[in-house]
Ligand binder design. Structure first.
Ligand SMILES: CC(C)(COP(=O)(O)OP(=O)(O)OC[C@H]1O[C@@H](n2cnc3c(N)ncnc32)[C@H](O)[C@@H]1OP(=O)(O)O)[C@@H](O)C(=O)NCCC(=O)NCCS
Length: 172
C-alpha cells in the first residue's frame, strides 16, 4: 500500500462521502467548532479549486478544498481542510495538492488565500504570518497559526481585519 502511486485530479461529487469520512476521522466532532469551519459554514467549496489525490484503485487518499471568504473588505479564499490518509503521508501529496490549488486560484484571478495551520509546513508553499491579530477570525484560534498567501503583487499589503464567512453580516 505504501508504494501505491497516486494522481491528482479535481474533486467529483461522488468523492464527497469519502472526504466527509476523512474529515470526521482526522478532526473529530470538534471540527465544527473550529474557526476555519465557521468561516466555511454553509458555503460550498469552489468545485474548480477542490482537488483530491487518488490511489491506483481510485480510492481518495487526500483532499484539499478552497472556499470564498472575506478579509476586511477584500474577497479571499480559505484553503482547507487539507487531509492525507495515514498510508499516503510523507509522499508529497499534501504539498502537491496545496501547490495545485494555489496555481489554479492564481489562474482564476484570486488575490489571497488564508488558512489556519503550521507555518513550518506552509511557509515553503508561500504562506506567511502577518502578525498576531492582524487578521482576526470569528472563533478562538491560535493567532500564530493564521497564515496567508498573496497570489498577486502587493496582495498582502494592507490586508487586515476580520476574516468572515461570505454569508455573515458585517456590522462594521
Ligand atoms: C499535515 C498533512 C496534510 C501532511 O500531508 P503529507 O502528504 O504527509 O505532507 P507532505 O508529504 O507533502 O509533506 C511531508 C513533510 O511535511 C512535514 N510535516 C507534516 N506535518 C507537519 C506539520 N504540522 N508541521 C511541520 N511539518 C509537517 C513532514 O514531517 C514531512 O517533512 P519531510 O518532507 O522533511 O520529511 C497530513 O499529515 C494530515 O492530513 N494530517 C492530519 C490533518 C491535518 O493536520 N491537516 C492540516 C490541517 S492545517
Amino acid at each position: 500500500m505504501h508504494d501505491q502511486p497516486y494522481v491528482l485530479r479535481l474533486e467529483r461529487p461522488d468523492d464527497v462521502g469519502t472526504i466527509n469520512d476523512l474529515h470526521a476521522t482526522l478532526f473529530g466532532p470538534e471540527r465544527f467548532r473550529r474557526a476555519a469551519y465557521v468561516l466555511r459554514e454553509g458555503v460550498d467549496p469552489l468545485p474548480d479549486l477542490s482537488f483530491v489525490a487518488v490511489g491506483q484503485d481510485e480510492t481518495v487518499a487526500a483532499s484539499v478544498r478552497m472556499t470564498p471568504i472575506v478579509i476586511g473588505e477584500c474577497p479571499a479564499l480559505i484553503l482547507g481542510p487539507l487531509v492525507v490518509t495515514p498510508a499516503f503521508r510523507g509522499r508529497g501529496a499534501g504539498r502537491a495538492l496545496v501547490r495545485l490549488g494555489l496555481a489554479h486560484a492564481w489562474a482564476a484571478g484570486h488575490e489571497a488565500v488564508l488558512l489556519v495551520g503550521d507555518l513550518p509546513y506552509y511557509a515553503p508553499l508561500g504562506f506567511v504570518h502577518l502578525g498576531r491579530d492582524v487578521i482576526t477570525l470569528p472563533a478562538p484560534v491560535d493567532p500564530d497559526r493564521v497564515l496567508v498567501c498573496g497570489l498577486r503583487e502587493r496582495a498582502l499589503t494592507g490586508l487586515c481585519g476580520e476574516a468572515r464567512n461570505i454569508n455573515a453580516r458585517s456590522f462594521g
